[in-house]
Design a protein around this ligand. Structure first.
Ligand code: GRF
Length: 194
């Protein structure tokens, strides 16, 4: 299965995928392209150090958002990507993306969607929102990506308890560890389905 990964920053979920491909847990998948919407981010170094081709498609290089999103979709299509993983990709993909790329796109989100999803729910804001709500558990959601933010059909969810004394940072760390596991398991499951 030919994987594309879209990133914007740290790239730890990308790293988890590439580690699993390298050590055989994700033997059925190959990462053929990493696309970032930002130059100079760590995720690009992660890809380059593993010899995975990269492309940077910044908004400023295109006349409109739609043109940029179409270019992302077209790059995935040219690379023969079958499954695109949004692994910390921080922008909404417009309709033009879905017109240019007909494969499957999945996203990982650090909460139990639909709770703590949608506009502004990125980074520590997600975990601050969980703590402010007094939730006793949070978790990870992997879902299909559709043109509406964080609302495509769910593929997998994993729970993470909130414990007394949690800060957003501590919660983020425990949720992220679970993200890495669930993402690898889910991509392996999709690869196994063929
Ligand atoms: C993760 O928490 C992911 O769920 C969210 O953005 C974060 C990206 O982290 N969409 P990384 O870049 O994979 O380290």
């Amino acid at each position: 299965m030919r994987l594309g990964v879209l990133v914007s920053g740290r790239g730890s979920n990308l790293e988890a995928i590439l580690d699993a491909i390298a050590d055989g847990r994700l033997a059925g998948a190959r990462a053929v392209l990493v696309i970032s919407n930002r130059a100079g981010v760590r995720a690009l170094d992660v890809a380059t150090s593993r010899q995975v081709p990269t492309a940077v498609l910044e908004r400023a290089a295109y006349p409109t958002r739609a043109a940029r999103d179409r270019a992302i979709g077209a790059a995935l299509t040219r690379a023969g990507v079958e499954v695109a993983v949004l692994a910390g990709y921080d922008e909404l993909l417009r309709q033009a993306y879905f017109e240019a790329y007909r494969g499957r796109t999945i996203n990982i989100h650090p909460s139990l969607l639909p709770a703590h999803g949608g506009r502004g729910m990125v980074g520590l804001a997600v975990h601050d929102s969980v703590l402010a709500a007094g939730d006793l558990e949070t978790g990870v959601t992997i879902h299909e990506v559709t043109p509406e933010l964080d609302s495509g059909p769910m593929i997998a969810q994993r729970r993470v308890p909130v414990v007394p004394g949690d800060t957003a940072e501590r919660l983020a760390e425990r949720v992220l560890a679970e993200e890495h596991r669930l993402l690898v398991e889910t991509v392996a499951g999709i690869a196994a389905q063929g």
